[in-house]
Design a protein. Structure first.
Length: 151
């Protein structure tokens, strides 16, 4: 067991936590409860669990590559869009339908990042993978938008 393997474990746990938070948010949107309190606590923990070991792994030998740069930028989008969506929903400035589209797009971003972290492709494929996943999420959001009712 090395420090690198421990960092990788914590990094993966942070990524799993992103999907847990997305799941809680999705269920909340569907049944009408706010996931903001959970996201306020676990969101920063997830960020630390992803970013700190991720930067360590880059510094310890993995180095900067296209796939980890695309992953870092994508994660920043997930965090910023999620924060904006959560605040907007809490303040009544965003409908459940719009929040669902945001949620599905962020889920697509996260899946694109998982693909990039697993396959480690070049820049073009990394960007394409994330873009395709976001488009799929947005397309699902347009379909789901018709089905979601304000709870």
């Amino acid at each position: 067991m090395t420090l690198y393997s421990i960092a990788l474990f914590v990094h993966i746990v942070g990524a799993v936590l992103v999907f847990v938070l997305l799941t809680i948010e999705g269920v909340g949107l569907r049944v009408g409860f706010s996931s903001a309190a959970v996201n306020r606590v676990l969101g920063p923990i997830s960020a630390l669990a992803i970013l700190v070991p991720g930067f360590y792994m880059v510094a310890a030998g993995a180095g900067w590559s296209a796939w980890n740069l695309v992953g870092l930028v994508s994660y920043a989008f997930i965090a910023v869009i999620g924060t904006y969506t959560g605040i907007s929903v809490m303040r009544g400035r965003m409908s459940a339908q719009a929040a669902t589209v945001s949620w599905l797009a962020r889920g697509g971003l996260a899946l694109g990042v998982v693909f990039d972290m697993t396959v480690k492709p070049n820049l073009i494929v990394s960007i394409a993978a994330v873009a395709v996943a976001v488009v799929i999420g947005l397309a699902a959001g347009l379909v789901a938008r018709r089905e979601v009712q304000v709870a």
